[in-house]
Design a protein around this ligand. Structure first.
Ligand code: GLC
Length: 409
């Protein structure tokens, strides 16, 4: 079977890391299948896919299409006006872009197309009327009514929707209707790379700080600077901790995506830390390529998303590294963990509760060890590549056989 993947960026965010796990697990389970990845921008995703033996093509989005994004528009004053203006600027480039996708499809001749981002779901639906599409949803559609409407219009083109959690699957059914098969498939992580033993990043050096004294407990939030990832809650929680607690905090990551208005700048977060009197206790490392080494360098990994997290790959990765994780209890993230068993949980946006959880872990090494070991056991059970291949390969086979039945009927 020939599988073609469409991804809206070449950068390595959560959805792309998830895609790489799919490419790797399909490659192992079905070594003879030709896989081809089309990316709407160049970036580290390309080399990472090539290493797995996946052919790649970069078809850059026109700039106006690259910055188009509905996320946050419903909550922002004038958000839909901004989006309408963005749509107006992006639309003229769309027909030519669809032409490029069609040419790529003609040259690879896939049996199935797996799209890995909202813009790609819509564009692929317009680019082909005959091939089965698998839409991989990594985010909620409920907060993106315009995108949901576009997807409802194209849903007849789609064979299966894969959702990264049960929570995202439920939301998808509510947003695009019950006329399409929706299958929740959890992401996988590389359990050899994300493991308790291995290199540890020197976070102090990366953040330009003097080495922390021995015995310092390192607490960090790792992720893109999307506003809903809870950097502010994290910083406010830290500010509530007693000054004599021997902790050092790290903000690991950077602004990543091109979509407008949806992320903090590093400068903004530094100003916030300073205004909370935390400038000397928080290190900003920037983007760290070797995220496994960054996670292993932390004693406590904080996930603080203020909106329901669709899945929360960093949670799965941190658990696989045997770290003590504090999770914001909502959405798919809440499905991944059991409070006080393999993670501690707090209410999204509740800085006080988050501070209590961080303090509990920072002051109790045996609690950290217990939670970390249970987290690794959960990761081995729930997030391994073989399980992912077992679930995704039948999705492709079913999509193709349903299409054959439909076309011969
Ligand atoms: C998106 C979601 C995140 C998830 C990732 C991979 O980035 O927001 O929760 O972990 O996709 O599925």
């Amino acid at each position: 079977m020939r599988v073609m993947y469409f991804n809206p960026t070449g950068q390595l965010g959560g959805a792309e890391t998830s895609l790489l796990a799919i490419l790797s697990s399909v490659r192992h389970a079905e070594p003879s299948w030709p896989l081809h990845l089309v990316m709407a921008g160049d970036g580290p995703l390309r080399a990472a896919a090539s290493v797995l033996g996946v052919a790649t093509t970069v078809l850059p989005f026109p700039p106006a299409l690259a910055i188009l994004g509905e996320h946050g528009a419903h909550a922002e004053t004038g958000g839909y006006l901004r989006l309408a203006a963005q749509l107006g600027r992006a639309s003229p480039g769309v027909p030519a872009y669809i032409g490029q996708l069609r040419r790529a499809i003609r040259s690879f001749r896939p049996d199935v197309i797996h799209t890995n981002g909202l813009k790609m779901h819509v564009l692929a639906g317009w680019a082909t009327a005959s091939l089965p599409l698998v839409w991989h949803l990594h985010d909620y559609l409920g907060s993106r009514p315009l995108t949901a409407t576009l997807l409802r219009w194209s849903v007849s083109r789609c064979a299966t929707v894969v959702a990264n959690s049960k929570s995202v699957a439920d939301d998808a059914r509510a947003a695009i209707g019950h006329g399409v098969k929706v299958v929740p498939i959890y992401n996988a992580v590389d359990l050899d790379r994300f493991s308790p033993s291995g290199d540890r990043a020197d976070l102090d050096e990366l953040a330009g700080l003097p080495a922390a004294p021995a015995g310092t407990i390192r607490v960090g939030l790792l992720g893109t600077f999307a506003r809903w990832k809870g950097h502010e809650t994290f910083l406010r929680a830290l500010a509530q901790l007693p000054r004599d607690l021997p902790i050092r905090a790290y903000v690991i990551g950077d602004a990543l995506y091109q979509t407008d208005g949806s992320q903090y700048s590093g400068e903004e977060l530094r100003r916030l830390a300073a205004s909370l009197g935390m400038a000397d206790r928080v290190g900003f490392t920037g983007f760290v390529r070797q995220s496994d080494a960054a996670l292993r360098a932390l004693d406590v990994v904080v996930h603080a998303s203020t909106l329901p997290e669709p899945f929360g790959l960093v949670i799965a990765e941190a658990m696989a590294c045997g770290r003590a994780v504090v999770v914001s209890r909502a959405g798919g993230a809440a499905e991944l963990v059991s409070h006080d068993v393999d993670a501690l949980a707090h209410t999204p946006g509740d800085a006080r509760e988050l501070a209590i959880r961080i303090a509990a872990l920072a002051t109790d090494a045996s609690l950290r060890a217990r939670i970390g070991a249970a987290g690794r056991a959960t990761a081995e059970r729930a997030f391994d590549h073989t399980r992912l291949a077992r679930e995704i390969v039948p999705v492709y086979r079913d999509a193709v056989s349903c299409q054959l039945v439909a076309s011969t009927a």
